[in-house]
Design a protein around this ligand. Structure first.
Ligand code: Z5A
Length: 206
């Protein structure tokens, strides 16, 4: 059986994760690999219900602690129901956002101490870490410009520029502290150039 791989895609909104997850899936399928594409929060029937609660704009009363705990509740379900079984069967798992988003959004953005997030990480995923994390990085102004055409804005998308600056900063700090796992993709460049950067990283991990 071929080596399983766990790859996560991270970045602020509008950075290009959804655009490039299909490209990455095709890359591995062309290599003859079985791919499981998934996302957080969500990825399971229960997790998608939690996602609805987290994203609904009407849920403005949700506290930062509740938000963090719901992220991890959905994650616990996702790991046991989807991620671990897919990895055990030798698949390449591509996940649109994972643990680093909790550090960046709930830690960096909301200001929850990283030590609390770390406690939950140790509880929910003691033996699981992505093999590769692609951080799609770009200036917050460009990202917000890209998504402003959307008619429906969710609870996160209604946050201000400062919030996303903190999220981006937190992602970059994490990437700096784990330079082997993280690969930073300059997603301010045209699609073709971003594709090229992603392809080069993937070739190295094969
Ligand atoms: N969240 C959290 O707080 N804590 C956690 O632990 C987890 C998540 C796991 C889920 O949103 C929310 O949950 C998320 C963080 C929080 N909220 N925020 N913000 P999501 O993941 O479902 O949604 P998103 O990340 O906001 O998705 P997005 O806004 O769609 O971003 P994206 O997938 O990175 O972008 P995209 O859809 O691929 O691209 C956006 C547009 O830009 C699109 O029109 C593209 O065609 C265009 N684009 C992309 N790349 C380029 C380039 N290179 N040039 C020009 N145009 C481009």
């Amino acid at each position: 059986m071929k080596k399983n791989l766990f790859i996560t895609l991270e970045g602020i909104e509008g950075a290009g994760k959804s655009t490039f997850i299909d490209f990455i899936e095709k890359f591995f399928v062309d290599e003859g690999r079985d791919v499981k594409k998934t996302r957080e929060p969500g990825g399971t029937k229960i997790g998608e219900q939690v996602r609805d609660v987290l994203l609904k704009n009407e849920n403005q009363k949700l506290t930062s602690d509740s938000e963090l705990l719901l992220m991890f509740a959905a994650r616990a379900q996702h790991i046991s129901e989807v991620i671990l079984p897919a990895l055990s069967s030798g698949k390449v798992v591509l996940c649109d956002r994972f643990i680093d988003a909790s550090y960046a959004y709930q830690g960096g953005g909301r200001g929850i101490e990283y030590s609390k997030i770390n406690l939950l990480e140790k509880w929910v995923m003691p033996d699981l870490k992505p093999d590769l994390t692609l951080l799609f990085d770009l200036d917050v102004n460009i990202a917000l410009e890209r998504i402003k055409k959307r008619s429906d804005v969710d609870r996160f998308e209604s946050e201000d520029l400062y919030f996303f600056e903190k999220v981006r900063e937190s992602y970059l700090e994490r990437a700096e502290s784990e330079p082997v796992r993280f690969q930073i993709i300059d997603s301010a460049l045209p699609l073709k150039n971003v594709e090229e950067q992603v392809r080069n990283v993937l070739k190295d991990i094969l």
